[in-house]
Design a protein around this ligand. Structure first.
Ligand SMILES: Cc1cc2nc3c(=O)[nH]c(=O)nc-3n(C[C@H](O)[C@H](O)[C@H](O)COP(=O)(O)OP(=O)(O)OC[C@H]3O[C@@H](n4cnc5c(N)ncnc54)[C@H](O)[C@@H]3O)c2cc1C
Ligand SMILES: *[C@@H]1O[C@H](CO)[C@@H](O)[C@H](O)[C@H]1NC(C)=O
Ligand SMILES: *[C@@H]1O[C@H](CO)[C@@H](O)[C@H](O)[C@H]1NC(C)=O
Ligand SMILES: *[C@@H]1O[C@H](CO)[C@@H](O)[C@H](O)[C@H]1NC(C)=O
Ligand SMILES: CC(=O)N[C@H]1CO[C@H](CO)[C@@H](O)[C@@H]1O
Length: 532
């Protein structure tokens, strides 16, 4: 057959037109086309939200906790995809890979460094927001529950308590945490001394790997199943759901909060707490919240430091008073300080809700925190001397809105071997410190607050764990591993990697190298594959 040159020319121009059309269509249109080709279930247009839509900022901000990462100066996603079904999430992995778009996954949005909604290393990037995947199926007879990644931990607690007064789950205190990011980084809470972490109580999981395949525990194998229980978010795949093991809780638990300020001997009592907190009855969890008292509350007086002993006891008042009399009489706990309640109401109490808030508030998944903030963490192996505490108070008094939370270890936390899951901070740890500075005036004085917390962290070095100076991966801290002489990414990664995971870091790298050698799932501090 012969073609006229005219025919060929028109064919060519058609091709050119097609080429220009395909290159000029937007990333989101290409992505939607690709999703429709790759998803078993159709993709409603409403699941993709671009910056020119009026709902964009409210969706972006919805669950984001650190206002620092929502400032106009911070990079914004090309668009936000909110999948409605597992097959949508699968398609998003396949399409992001095919189109070379960097993908961030968000469950509850509580990441300290905004890693689930801001990429500071790559453009363009998109957010896959799992907030519509939040079903929870509690099976009391089997003592377990399947919970989807976008559910909040508060919803999980509510759904358990709805079915049984004597079952619970040992995870975070803040009820708006998303179980997708939270449990994969460890997940501690008031029952950690009795039952360990959320990640210690996972039975199975469903995850989407870098090829878009859905794997359960049997299909992913024990190595990958190990890595996702504590190895930190977004390094190995997208967790769709967890199967968790429920734990027994008594029908009556007791809560209390006792405040001591410097004038009431706070320093000596806190020194004593350091000696006993990890050795107490495993049913008792007493954390200490430390902050300067705001001048309004103490008009006419010097700003002081307040230490708030905030506790949950898995048992009644009478037994609690015996335990306290025997182990920590210095706090002077009295019957009047104690409130007997149900486990689910202790969740609301420790979560900071006003008393008499109905548990149904947990279904709203609303956060009580949202701030501009910077945080850091430390693990303590020996009591910090009183003189060092005095120095700490001076520093806290010099900052606008600082906060420290000290969390006791011991009990079950000491019995679980360091290599059982990637979370390594076990026997020998007395307590964990979290340092926080919060502020409200945007970027104006950000440098000042960042400097303050970094100096505080330097001040604390002699009193905390060393070689490595350990840190909690769920308190993500992008300062770690920076400013080293050799800043190639792998060397930097081993600096923060050993702080978060100790020796488990090497195994995490091996798993990563096997399951995601091309490093599709990556962020500023994701587990790197071995350089090839
Ligand atoms: C106010 C507040 C209180 C907190 N209280 C506690 C506490 O009591 N106990 C505790 O242990 N921790 C606590 N944390 C820390 C919290 O556990 C971590 O921030 C955790 O990573 C939050 O998970 P998320 O899904 O809400 O966050 P996200 O920001 O959505 O995710 C965190 C990280 O995990 C990745 N990720 C999210 N979803 C998935 C998924 N489905 N699959 C794979 N990767 C995913 C993200 O990309 C990101 O890197 C608290 C944090 C805040 C802000
Ligand atoms: C937003 O922009 C995209 C392309 O960038 C376009 O497809 C879409 O129609 C726009 N939406 C609105 C509401 O303007
Ligand atoms: C924890 O460590 C201490 C010494 O550091 C040791 O005596 C104790 O047996 C250890 N406990 C467990 C459960 O391994
Ligand atoms: C790494 O260090 C070199 C030399 O000090 C510097 O030029 C480079 O910008 C640094 N890279 C990063 C990513 O910080
Ligand atoms: C306490 C403090 O440093 N406040 C500063 C915050 O930033 C504004 C604007 O830059 C300054 O005017 C304040 O002095």
């Amino acid at each position: 057959m012969k073609f006229s040159s005219n025919y060929i020319l028109s064919l060519l121009s058609l091709l050119l037109l097609w080429a220009s059309f395909t290159t000029s269509i937007s990333v989101e249109d290409k992505f939607i086309q690709c999703l429709n080709l790759n998803s078993k279930l159709s993709i409603p247009l409403s699941t993709v939200c671009t910056p020119n839509e009026s709902t964009f900022s409210s969706i972006l901000q919805s669950s984001a906790q650190n206002l620092r990462y929502l400032e106009p100066s911070k990079p914004k996603p090309e668009f936000i995809f909110t999948p409605m079904y597992e097959s949508h999430v699968q398609a998003s992995v396949i399409c992001a890979k095919q189109l070379g778009i960097h993908l961030r996954v968000r469950s509850g949005g509580h990441d300290y460094e905004g890693l689930s909604y801001v990429s500071q290393i790559e453009t363009p990037f998109i957010i896959v927001d799992l907030s519509k995947l939040r079903s929870i199926n509690v099976d009391i007879v089997d003592n377990s529950a399947w919970i989807q990644a976008g559910a909040t931990i508060g919803e999980v607690y509510y759904r358990i308590a709805e079915k049984s007064k004597i079952h619970g789950f040992p995870a975070g205190l803040c009820t708006s945490l998303g179980v997708g990011g939270h449990i994969t980084g460890g997940a501690y809470g008031t029952m950690m001394r009795k039952y360990g972490l959320g990640a210690d109580n996972v039975l199975d999981a469903r995850i989407i790997d870098a090829n878009g395949k859905i794997l359960d525990r049997a299909a992913m194998g024990e190595d990958l199943f190990w890595a996702i229980r504590g190895g930190g978010g977004a390094s190995f795949g997208i967790i769709l759901s967890w199967k968790i093991k429920l734990v027994p809780v008594p029908e009556t638990v007791t809560v209390f909060t006792v405040m001591k300020n410097l004038e009431q001997g706070a320093t000596k009592i806190l020194y004593r707490w350091q000696q006993v907190a990890d050795k107490l009855d495993e049913n008792l969890f007493i954390r200490v919240i430390i902050q300067p008292a705001s001048p309004e509350q103490k008009t006419g007086q010097k700003r002081t430091i307040t230490t708030l002993y905030n506790a949950v006891f898995l048992g009644g008042t009478e037994k609690l008073l015996q335990v306290m009399q025997q182990s920590f009489p210095e706090l002077g706990l009295t019957k009047n300080d104690c409130i007997e309640t149900s486990w689910i109401k202790s969740v609301l109490y420790i979560g900071g809700f006003p008393s008499n808030t109905p548990p149904e508030i947990l279904l709203k998944g609303k956060s009580t925190f949202k701030n501009y903030f910077k945080s850091k963490s430390d693990f303590v192996k020996e009591p910090i001397p009183e003189t060092a505490l005095e120095g700490l108070w001076k520093r806290l008094l010099a900052e606008d809105s600082p906060l420290m939370i000290w969390n006791p270890y011991g009990g079950q936390m000491s019995k679980i071997p360091e290599s059982e899951i990637p979370f390594p901070h076990r026997n020998g740890t007395l307590f964990k410190i979290q340092y926080v500075s919060t502020w409200h005036d945007g970027e104006n004085n950000e440098t000042k607050h960042m400097d303050w917390i970094r100096k505080l962290y330097n001040y604390m070095a002699p009193y905390v764990s060393n070689f490595p100076r350990e840190a909690y991966v769920n308190y993500r801290d992008l300062d770690l591993g920076m400013n080293k002489k050799d800043n190639t990414s792998f060397v930097q990664a081993s600096v923060w990697g050993v702080k978060y995971f100790k020796d488990n870091f090497n195994r995490l790298v091996r798993v990563k190298t096997r399951v995601d050698p091309d490093n599709f799932f990556r962020h500023e501090q994701s587990i790197p594959p071995l350089p090839s």
